[in-house]
Design a protein around this ligand. Sequence first.
Ligand code: PGA
Length: 260
Amino acid sequence: MAPRIPISAGNWKMNLDNEAADDLCHALLLPDDDAIHQVEGVQVVLAPGFLQIERVRDHFAGTGVGVAGQNMHARDSGAFTGEVSPAQLAEVASWVILGHSERRQYFCEDDGALNGKVTAALAHGLRPILCVGETTQERQADRTTAVLTRQVRQALDGIDLPHDFVIAYEPLWAIGSGQAATAEQAQAAAAVIRGLVRDAAGNDVADGCRILYGGSVKPDNAGEFAAQTDIDGALVGGAALDDQNFLAITRAVAGSDQGR
Ligand code: PGA
């Protein structure tokens, strides 16, 4: 089995104006010999707001840092006011976050809709980061595995998955709360997810699938998550808005922070 290259993904959500986005890009790119793209053994992905995608892409041109949309519509074109199509997104980005819990919670995205979005993203050459995760109530009711099973099965039903597909486990109670899951909780959920991918798509896809943890990832806990058998990186919200924090997380995800 080829080793899975870990991913350090920053979700900027609805933050940063153009100037602040430029400042953050400059800070991540400098100093030259210590820039984010110099960290070896990790794929970095940045997900700015739609209006900043092109400028972020231009800042990182030629570095290997990927740029992602935070969402997209499933249809190629049409009368869908306010939406961005996969074809439009693919002109400026190569990745897309799908099914983030804030999309599910505030914009009524369900697993069926996500199945269409994953299908459309892959058809347009975009690399989806599919987000799944349970609420506090679901965890307390011991329903975490049932929820992950429904989310993964329905979102991936009937889709021919690439061998390096990406899923992010993001328990809702850990997002933006400062209360991350424990490494054991995250590993247990990631193992469930990998098992579901194995059932749905076979051993090659399951062994190659990168599973990220997201929810209050910080420089001091990123390494512990990344060291878990079934966790292959981090999806970072708040801490990705600070260059030093995101650099430190990226180094920890790459396993190259030892001795610093
Ligand atoms: P957080 O957000 O790191 O601020 O908890 C994670 C996410 O929403 O992806």
